[in-house]
Design a protein around this ligand. Structure first.
Ligand code: ZN
Length: 135
């Protein structure tokens, strides 16, 4: 089963409600699909030791990888920012690790008021460091 974009956005909005953000009150939700159409959600999880905070995007990616999926096909991020916020630098590098073709991934950024901004991952993170650089 492949979700529509609107269904994936709905899943990301629902995931955002599970965020643990008692310090910033900045809840973020993420939903991604993998190449076979599987869906994984994530939300930010904060910690009193701020450096331990985990972003929604990375929690969704970790869930996908734990289930054996390593290829992100689409990704939605939901925030409360206007305009909708983009993934942080650490998440961009993490997304880059699990995208076969960074130029083909479209990222959908939305906020709780329904604003939407679509951006290509390549535009968001050009010249990313990849495993092939290590060879
Ligand atoms: Zn992040």
């Amino acid at each position: 089963m492949t979700l529509t974009e609107e269904e994936l956005i709905t899943r990301a909005i629902a995931a955002r409600e599970t965020a643990y953000a008692p310090y910033s009150n900045y809840k973020v939700g993420c939903a991604l699909t993998t190449g076979d159409g599987s869906v994984f959600e994530g939300a930010n999880v904060e910690n009193a030791s701020y450096g331990l905070c985990v972003c929604a995007e990375r929690s969704a990616i970790v869930a996908a990888v734990l289930a054996g999926h390593r290829n992100i096909a689409s990704l939605v991020v939901v925030t409360q920012s206007s305009p909708p916020a983009a993934p942080c630098g650490i998440c961009r590098q993490t997304i880059n690790e699990f995208v076969d073709d960074p130029a083909s991934l479209q990222i959908i950024l939305v906020n709780v008021d329904g604003e939407r901004r679509d951006i290509s991952f390549h535009e968001l993170f050009p010249f990313g460091f990849r495993g092939e650089h290590l060879t």
